[in-house]
Design a protein around this ligand. Structure first.
Ligand code: PLP
Length: 395
């Protein structure tokens, strides 16, 4: 593999130097008397990121997929009815997990490029008079298509229907980069992973659940072992874990949380919006479109860009990788060959993205797209220069 100047995939993201340095340490004793001095504040501070005071955070040595499984198997029962919409690879995989775990899975299939169909869900919930639906699952940010959904709107739909279903959100590519308010939006579980907004290596599933979900946990008979909430809670309350924790990643998480709080969470969200907007201006200047069909669905962490007819987006990503040392996300499944993705989350600033946009222009042109060099870069520059007071967190 050649040396890469840029990771512009939507996770894993760049690791800032303070986080990398915090992880450069010997292995440590996870049963040491002072280990809780590291771990207890982590649980407390994660709740700030999820914006919950009443919820509980869990950290598993797993990836985001493990977080999905932890939430489902700890709070539901086999055969329970769950409602989910699919509109991209990750919502598709979550629905697939529900089926494979034996839930009665009601799937609303939407075109890729749309988001959670709040109105369709409202109808389904209103018609579910006997409240058979136990949980509503929503992908906050569909990473495959660059679509962010209206989770607050979904909460309002549940409330309007007077429906008591649990509301579970996949926040893998939104938590710590796009605003998500667990308590205010009445979310019963939020799943995340270490390798995106937290700017860490892959390896931690970071989950938060509400008291209502913990109540559901008490009547859940789902077989579980590795992901068991009860084993976690029994040991976590004193700052320990039921099995060997990923101590190095926990040290990194401390440094990452410190960076997020030093910048300020709201500033982190604003920075992501600002960076994303520059990318969107570039796409428009190229005469191209996003996979996200409406502005209300535009994602601030990833843009999936539709390539012109006759251009293969996988080739665009390959060209960028081999020739210019830049990694972009390829199109997955239904949009394979049709979109490439620019990840703009984590430790990034304007000049880094301008470099990526310049490389994208060259790679697109190499693959036959008619792109005026500099057009997208200039459009992004105009936008970035208009907000020069924003400083980047990229270290
Ligand atoms: N959900 C979303 C929205 C994702 O983007 C991803 C991974 O990219 C996942 C879930 C799966 O997470 P992981 O690959 O960490 O298991």
């Amino acid at each position: 593999m050649q040396h890469h100047t840029g990771l512009f995939i939507p996770g894993p993201t760049n690791i800032p130097d303070p986080v990398r340095r915090a992880m450069n340490l010997p292995m440590e004793d996870m049963r040491a008397p002072d280990f809780p001095e590291l771990t207890l504040p982590l649980f407390r501070d994660l709740k700030r990121v999820f914006k919950t005071e009443t919820g509980q955070a869990f950290i598993y040595p797993a990836s985001g997929t493990g977080g999905w499984e932890a939430v489902l198997t700890n709070t539901l029962n086999p055969g329970d009815k769950v409602l989910i919409a699919t509109f991209g690879q990750f919502s598709l995989l979550w629905a697939d997990m529900c089926r494979r775990l034996g839930f009665d899975t009601v799937v609303v299939d939407r075109p890729w490029g749309e988001g959670v169909p709040v109105e369709a869900f409202a109808d389904i919930l209103a018609r579910d008079g006997t409240h058979r639906i136990r949980a509503v699952l929503a992908t906050h940010n569909e990473t495959a298509t660059g679509v962010t959904s209206d989770i607050a709107g979904l909460r309002r739909a549940l409330d309007a229907a007077g429906h008591p279903a649990l509301l579970y959100v996949d926040g893998v590519s939104s938590v710590a980069s796009i605003d998500l308010r667990m308590d205010e939006w009445g979310l019963d579980a939020v799943v995340s992973g270490s390798q995106k907004g937290f700017m860490l290596p892959t390896g931690l599933a970071i989950v938060a659940v509400s008291q209502k979900a913990l109540e559901a946990h008490r009547s859940s008979k789902f077989p579980r072992c590795f992901f068991s909430f009860e084993d976690m809670m029994r040991t976590n309350k004193d700052g320990y874990f039921p099995y060997t924790p990923a101590t190095t990643l926990l040290r990194g998480l401390r440094a990452s949380l410190d960076l997020l709080f030093a910048e300020g969470l709201e500033n982190v969200f604003t920075r992501h919006h600002h960076l994303a907007e520059g990318v969107r201006r570039a796409v428009t200047a190229w005469g191209l479109t996003l996979c996200a069909r409406e502005p209300k669905w535009h994602s601030d962490t990833v843009s999936a860009i539709v390539v012109p007819e006759g251009v293969d987006s996988t080739q665009v990503a390959r060209q960028a990788y081999h020739r210019y040392g830049v990694s972009f996300g390829i199109g997955l499944n239904k949009v394979a060959g049709r979109v490439f993705r620019i990840g703009h989350l984590g430790a990034l600033n304007e000049p880094m993205l301008l470099g990526a946009l310049g490389a994208a222009e060259m790679a697109l042109a190499d693959c036959g797209a008619r792109i005026a060099f500099g057009s997208g870069v200039a459009a992004a520059q105009s936008h970035y220069a208009s907000r020069s007071n924003l400083t980047a967190a990229a270290a």
